[in-house]
Design a protein around this ligand. Structure first.
Ligand code: 3PG
Length: 208
């Protein structure tokens, strides 16, 4: 059975994406997001540092940690073992969706086309990632989908920044927006991440 939309993930309107190039940045990411009032992170399982970052961030206990770029059941299993509380995927894989929902966790799979939206709905999902939104005219796609798929809500991702966050969050078909621009400041330290997190939270509050 699909997890209910009341999972804490769905309380957040901005989901920062962390792609870890240097494990030395992980603590600044966690501390910065918490200090900035945005205690949620999607850690991309790209490269060798992703799983370790999931584990280290989840061990803090003060922010909601999920795994992104989950491409296989094996990756999903490892991420959940490491403490991931939700999963995000770039595309729609029914087996991965069934595995994660079977583990009792929410999954937000990536979709782009109407066929993919309908396949995800057929798997019992109503909250989907629109990826890569920026490449495909995300806001216009969202308007087209909102007319047709009345009970589906989207998390656009790909090319979103502080400059375009408000227009995405104002769209009625959007439950959250995700992107890497907040955690991109990790090399500058926790304060830099916190400043960008705070800015995003302010934009989300103004859009509410
Ligand atoms: C994703 O995986 O969601 C995207 O790569 C995020 O895109 P961005 O880096 O352009 O924010």
């Amino acid at each position: 059975s699909a997890p209910t939309p009341e999972h804490p993930l769905f309380a957040h309107r901005v989901v920062p994406l962390a792609s870890i190039s240097d494990p030395a940045h992980v603590d600044a990411i966690g501390a910065g997001l918490v200090a900035g009032g945005l205690p949620v992170v999607e850690v991309a399982l790209r490269g060798e540092h992703g799983l370790g970052a999931v584990e280290r961030l989840a061990a803090r206990g003060d922010l909601l940690v999920g795994a992104g770029t989950v491409l296989s059941i094996d990756q999903a299993r490892r991420a959940i073992d490491a403490g991931a509380a939700f999963a995000v995927t770039p595309g729609l894989d029914a087996e991965v969706v069934r595995y994660v929902t079977g583990a009792g966790l929410p999954i937000v799979p990536g979709v782009l086309t109407p066929t993919e939206v309908q396949a995800a709905v057929g798997l019992g999902l109503r909250r989907l990632k629109l990826f890569p939104a920026g490449v495909f005219g995300g806001l216009r796609l969202l308007s087209a989908y909102a007319d047709v798929y009345r009970d589906v809500r989207f998390m656009p991702s790909g090319g979103i920044s502080a400059a375009t966050l408000a227009e995405h969050l104002a769209h009625p078909a959007v439950f959250a927006a995700s992107g890497s621009w907040i955690v991109a400041a990790a090399a500058q330290g926790a304060d830099a991440v916190a400043a960008l997190a705070r800015e995003a939270v302010g934009i989300a509050e103004a859009a509410a």
